[in-house]
Design a protein around this ligand. Structure first.
Ligand code: SF4
Ligand code: SF4
Length: 171
């Protein structure tokens, strides 16, 4: 009898369906060309399981194995991958679908929790207090951002409180 690789098709179907249900509806159009990964700033910054590789692992049915994968939280939502993809996959939506899958199982990396807390407190996932630096170069100390605008902050917090993230009770 010849040897062959038997794909666990139920596992693959379930993984793909989960990601599609969470919003990654274009995943099956991917032809693994790698264009998205080649321009992804997340991949360049050392988060390898984004774009092509994330999609490949989902198409291999490796969902539970990746539940604690932290690369997905390195996505900057820049949508370069969406622009370059020749297949209309919209890889960023796959990445966010995967994050929703992780969040649903409370599988947050520490960095993800920190960035969500920053978002809640300042309106920015990554925030640095640059007031002293700005003063030094002759700018107004406070940049025009939600971080120094109580009304904007309140609005962001209301949105987050009423989002699926708010339901997880991390704020
Ligand atoms: S650019 Fe599109 S088709 Fe190519 S690997 Fe990325 S998601 Fe798949
Ligand atoms: S949206 Fe996310 S996954 Fe897509 S190129 Fe930007 S950082 Fe990479």
């Amino acid at each position: 009898m010849s040897e062959y690789i038997k794909l666990d098709s139920d596992k693959i179907s379930e993984a793909v369906k989960t990601i599609m249900d969470f919003g990654g509806t274009g995943i099956l159009k991917c032809v693994q060309c790698g264009a998205c990964s080649s321009i992804c700033p997340g991949v360049k910054a050392g988060f390898p399981v984004l774009c092509r590789l994330l999609i490949k692992k989902v198409l291999d049915g490796q969902l539970e194995e990746m539940i604690e994968e932290s690369s997905t939280w390195g996505c900057q939502a820049c949508n370069r991958c969406t622009e370059i993809c020749p297949q209309g996959v919209r890889p960023q939506e796959v990445v966010f679908a995967f994050r929703r899958y992780q969040a649903n199982d409370l599988a947050f990396s520490t960095s993800a929790v920190t960035s969500q807390m920053n978002l809640y407190e300042s309106g920015h996932a990554v925030f640095t207090d640059a007031r002293e630096l700005r003063k030094k170069v002759g700018l107004t100390p406070e940049a025009p951002t939600s971080a120094y605008n109580e009304k904007a902050k309140k609005e962001i917090q209301t949105l987050l409180d009423n989002s699926p993230m708010g339901e997880l009770g991390i704020f």
